[in-house]
Design a protein around this ligand. Structure first.
Ligand code: GLA
Length: 726
């Protein structure tokens, strides 16, 4: 049993395979007692009331708790806890007080979905037990249900919150976090992602200091800038040792992920919807459910924490046919020809794909309306017959006959002012009637809080897919939100726009997933501007970055791997010199870096020399051979490209029989530096044979001494494929 409630002392114990999470009821409050390596028994003694008032008042007549100094599971604003709250409500009488006390609890088998929102799922009831703690503010009649879903075998606990207005008047929710955790110390390093377009998900690690440390977005997307997760580690934790706690939000819009060190040297983590851009009017009898937060703990450093998240996201968040099968080797036309193509050119590229063993060709942008550059036609999702006589069908028929599938790019949430759609519906974009609108890449964002707009988006994509011949969709989103008014919502509800927008988007994606279960959807937002767990529920892979430079991708992929699976990262071999950075990089390095992700090419195959074409042929075959194992195996970060003159990693199959390892030298130091790479996760007693050299090694040698790496040629790399022979 992974959820136990002990009536005698009010203790809740949640146990996964390797850790425990303990809470306790006391005078109606739900206290946090412990989160860490597995423990059993009565934990009541862990609650320490220190009576540190320090200007923080006590509850009722100076007898009660100093609320500001006790560890609370779902802290609320208004009484005497002055730290960051999880829940803030404005009551019908204008008061801003929420005072929640436990009134009941349920323990349920399995895990329910969250209506309208992406969430981790289970395949059978035995995979999860759910604890629901029922709380009530007896003055306002606001009920709150705290959900804790314990996926024991995955070492995962997910949390979300349902708020139910049992009163008879409207209230306003001003903040509603998915989860909060109070720790009784501040000895943490905080690890987060930061970045920008083409430089997403760098890692930043810093000791926690007093004050609030907040990663967040108000950009109408999870964004390139921060990513909706937070990791806390013990100060000396590394990949293989130390405590590591992680929180990942399953949501694609505005979020906050905060950790604050308090006056009493305790720490509070709060993660969820960003209250700076959110309010929700909850009518009498209505419910509101927050997005889900996925949490994990590892007592063995970051490697295991990343494994826990990547495993659950790959196996129990991503869905559909492509969840478990190797993704097709694809060629994306964007860097091959940008807008400069017609059917003849596409057919030539497609023929070349067929000859080179590439399984899918993607027409990226430029096929619809009158789109020959990026200043028009978003919304006009019908083929440009001038450029492509015979339409998509002609190309897909031609390619399909040669065994190559076809994919196509859409940016359905957008509208160009120069489009037939805009001319017909100028009011369909997010805007305020009396204010100018900012354009990004000559485009506005459609108002997905409207059902008619959602229906239009769904129908326009579905219509193209229903014509057949399309196996893949790249779904793009190329600007962030500003002046995000939804004119039909009414003046009191404008702070609901972000959340309602995502409810609209998720509903469209759900319908498309249902109608087209065989289509592989790839999410994109100028590369990785919406690389989040919310999108992964609908699309199992994401264009990781618009920066396709292999050397730059080392950092981007490393940072992304902290919580996301490699199978979610689309990674392509691009041309050299690279189009973004002008780096000249050997083909083998570009391949070694791309191989770990969902693999493809981002170049014009007809422009390659015959030697390079041969390389494409060979590398496509290698991916076909190892792609499934790479997606399902356990990924290990071995050398950190942020802080070292190199990067290295390996993926080991579940049964430890195959290991694919890569090393790239990013900065040469003259006369070398005796570089060797120690692998991880192998069977120490097994003998492994390296595919390209035929050399054999014992697993313990590979892990403890390692393999010599190249030290003299910048941007050169080595790929090792090791197979167990004994
Ligand atoms: C975005 C994407 C690119 C490409 C272009 C097309 O920038 O990230 O991969 O699809 O749009 O306009």
């Amino acid at each position: 049993m992974s959820v136990i409630f002990d009536q005698s002392n009010g203790q809740y114990s949640l146990h996964t395979k390797n850790y425990s999470y303990i809470m306790q009821e006391k005078e109606g409050f739900l206290l946090h007692l412990y989160w860490g390596k597995k423990i059993f028994g009565d934990c009541s003694y862990m609650f320490r009331e220190q009576g540190r008032a320090a200007f923080s008042p006590r509850m009722e007549n100076c007898d009660g708790f100093i609320l500001d100094d006790i560890p609370l599971e779902y802290p609320c604003w208004g009484r005497a806890d002055m730290r960051t709250p999880a829940l803030e409500i404005t009551n019908p009488d204008g008061s801003v007080i929420v005072d929640l006390r436990v009134v009941g609890r349920r323990i349920e088998k399995g895990k329910q979905g969250i209506k309208g929102l992406p969430a981790v799922y289970t395949e059978n009831e035995s995979e999860c037990e759910t604890l629901v703690v029922e709380m009530l503010d007896s003055v306002s009649n606001i009920a709150v249900e705290l959900y804790y879903c314990v996926l024991e075998d995955y070492d995962i606990i997910t949390r979300y919150t349902k708020i139910i207005n049992k009163g008879d008047s409207e209230v306003r929710i001003d903040a509603a976090a998915s989860a909060a955790v109070d720790f009784d110390h501040i000895k943490f390093d905080v690890i987060s992602n930061f970045g920008t377009h083409c430089r997403e998900r760098n890692i930043e690690r810093a000791p926690l200091t007093h004050g609030r440390y907040i990663m967040s977005s108000r950009r109408g997307a999870s964004s390139h800038v921060h990513n909706p997760f937070l990791i806390l580690t013990s100060p000396t934790a590394d990949e293989v040792s130390g405590d590591a706690y992680g929180f990942v939000l399953v949501y694609s819009g505005n979020f906050t992920a905060e950790i604050a060190a308090t006056q009493f040297d305790s720490a509070r983590a709060v993660i969820g919807l960003n209250p700076d851009s959110f309010c929700w009017t909850l009518g009498a009898g209505e419910e509101f459910t927050t997005p889900e937060c996925v949490m994990s703990y590892s007592g063995e450093g970051l490697d295991t924490l990343s494994y826990n998240f990547s495993r659950v996201f790959r196996e129990r968040l991503a869905r559909g046919k492509y969840r478990d099968v190797r993704r097709p080797v694809l060629l994306n036309s964007w860097e091959a020809c940008y807008f400069g193509f017609d059917s003849e050119r596409l057919i030539k590229i497609g023929d070349s794909c067929a000859e080179l063993g590439i399984e899918l060709m993607v027409i990226d942008d430029g096929w619809f309306g009158k789109r020959n550059n990026d200043n028009c036609s978003l919304g006009d999702w019908y083929v440009n017959e001038e450029k492509m006589p015979g339409g998509i069908k002609r190309i897909s028929d031609h390619l399909n006959a040669k065994g190559v599938k076809l994919g196509i790019w859409f940016e359905p949430e957008m509208i160009s002012p120069d489009s037939d759609l805009y001319r017909a519906h100028p009011d369909w974009c997010l805007h305020y009637d009396n204010r100018p609108r900012s354009e990004g890449r000559y485009q506005l964002i459609l108002d997905l809080t409207r059902q008619d707009v959602c229906d239009y988006i769904y129908e326009s994509v579905a219509k193209v897919l229903r014509e057949g011949g399309i196996s893949y969709v790249k779904w793009d989103f190329n600007r962030n939100m500003s002046e995000a008014g939804a004119m039909l919502l009414g003046k009191d509800r404008q702070r609901e726009v972000d959340f309602r927008y995502y409810l609209g988007l998720y509903s469209v994606l759900e319908r498309l997933n249902e109608e087209f279960p065989d289509v592989l959807f790839e999410s994109c937002s100028g590369g990785g501007g919406r690389f989040d767990a919310g999108m992964l529920y609908y699309m199992p892979q994401v264009w990781t970055s618009d920066n396709s430079d292999a050397i730059e991708r080392l950092r981007i992929q490393y940072g992304t791997s902290l919580v996301y699976p490699m199978s979610a990262m689309s990674a392509h071999v691009s041309a050299s010199p690279n189009h973004q950075t002008a780096h000249v990089t050997p083909f083998d390095t570009r391949f070694t870096v791309a191989l770990t992700g969902s693999f493809g090419y981002e170049l014009d195959p007809t422009a390659l020399s015959s030697e390079e074409q041969q390389k494409v042929r060979e590398t496509a075959e290698l991916y076909k051979e190892y792609g499934e194992m790479l997606a399902k195996g356990r990924y290990h970060r071995l050398r950190d490209p942020h802080n070292e003159p190199c990067s290295a990693w390996c993926t080991v199959s579940e049964d430890k029989s195959v290991c694919v390892a890569g090393y790239v030298l990013t900065h040469v130091r003259l006369y070398g530096n005796n570089e060797r790479v120690q692998l991880r996760g192998l069977d120490p007693d097994a003998i492994y044979k390296e595919r390209f050299t035929g050399a054999t090694y014992r697993g313990d040698q590979l892990m403890n001494f390692g393999l010599h790496a190249p030290t003299t040629l910048e941007f050169h790399s080595i790929l090792w494929i090791l197979e167990k022979i004994d």
